[in-house]
Ligand binder design. Structure first.
Ligand SMILES: C[S@@+](CC[C@H](N)C(=O)[O-])C[C@H]1O[C@@H](n2cnc3c(N)ncnc32)[C@H](O)[C@@H]1O
Length: 258
């Protein structure tokens, strides 16, 4: 099937809304690198937490769009910033993607119970920059980057919510910074029964980014606790994560349609 390649058009914006940047591109590249698996996965419910401009959720919807597929996917996007909700809605509309966009503080609400256990694909580019704790959750653009101590304050609130939201076959793709200690994040998720794998690793002048994919691994919840320092599986789990084979994809424009 031929693919038509084009850039997402930024049809809307606001000074208080995060514009797509290296971290947003890394997340979309990770989704593109995993696209064949995503198509096979046949997600029914996809959610972006912290949607900002809507670049990522719109990209995901377009890359999963298949002319020959009867299956319909429901998309949800949420952001604490009401301006982001409006900008995301306009970006989605301009690309003829339907999604429910909610203004919500995921750290406080846990997204309600409506989507618990239903989300097959969750994508998050969280506020991950290490900052003083009192900068976290402020109004406006600061909420896009202020991550508190080690940049982990919001991330550590999102992880247990993700565990509630994800379906049994759910996958979480999350951007982290080296300073966030991604190995430790993977260990935390391993304790909840998730394996993990780095899909994209990218160093820019300012930061070293990882996009990590998490999925439930039933083996991690059965029997005796495993020695976390040993990982011989090909699906690299947390302790061996840094030694994993990186599925790198060059930055590329994403699929406008299939
Ligand atoms: C780094 S920006 C990412 C924006 C967009 N996803 C992208 O990749 O371009 C982080 C986003 O998370 C939102 N955010 C921060 N804290 C949040 C919270 N507690 N609940 C929901 N959204 C939050 C911010 O408003 C911001 O839009």
């Amino acid at each position: 099937m031929p693919s038509r390649i084009a850039q997402i058009r930024l049809v809307s914006g606001h000074p208080e809304v995060y514009e797509p940047c290296d971290d947003s591109f890394a997340l979309v590249d990770a989704l593109l690198a995993d696209r064949e698996n995503l198509l096979e996965h046949q997600p029914m419910f996809c959610l972006e937490v912290g949607c900002g401009s809507g670049y990522v959720i719109t990209s995901l919807a377009i890359m999963l769009r298949q002319e020959d597929s009867a299956a319909s996917v429901s998309y949800f996007a949420t952001d604490i910033n009401p301006h982001a909700v409006r900008v995301t809605s306009e970006t989605l509309k301009a690309h003829t993607v339907h999604a429910e966009v909610l203004c919500d503080n995921i750290a406080a609400s846990g997204m309600g119970k409506r989507l618990w256990g239903k989300v097959d694909v969750m994508v998050v580019n969280p506020p991950y920059v290490p900052t003083p704790e009192d900068e976290v959750g402020r109004d406006g653009i600061a909420s896009a980057w202020a991550g508190g101590e080690d940049g982990r304050t919001v991330i550590d609130k999102i992880l247990p919510v993700a565990d509630k939201l994800l379906s049994n076959k759910g996958w979480l793709y999350m951007v982290t910074l080296a300073a966030n200690n991604p190995s430790q994040i993977s260990l935390l998720m391993k304790e909840k029964g998730y394996a993990s794998h780095i899909i994209v690793q990218r160093s820019t002048e300012e930061e070293s980014l990882h996009v990590i994919k998490f999925w439930r691994d039933p083996d991690l919840l059965v029997g005796e606790p495993k020695d976390l320092s040993v990982d011989t599986t090909h699906r690299t789990s947390s302790a061996g994560m840094m030694d994993s084979i990186f599925l790198q994809s060059p930055r590329k424009p994403f699929l406008e349609d299939r």
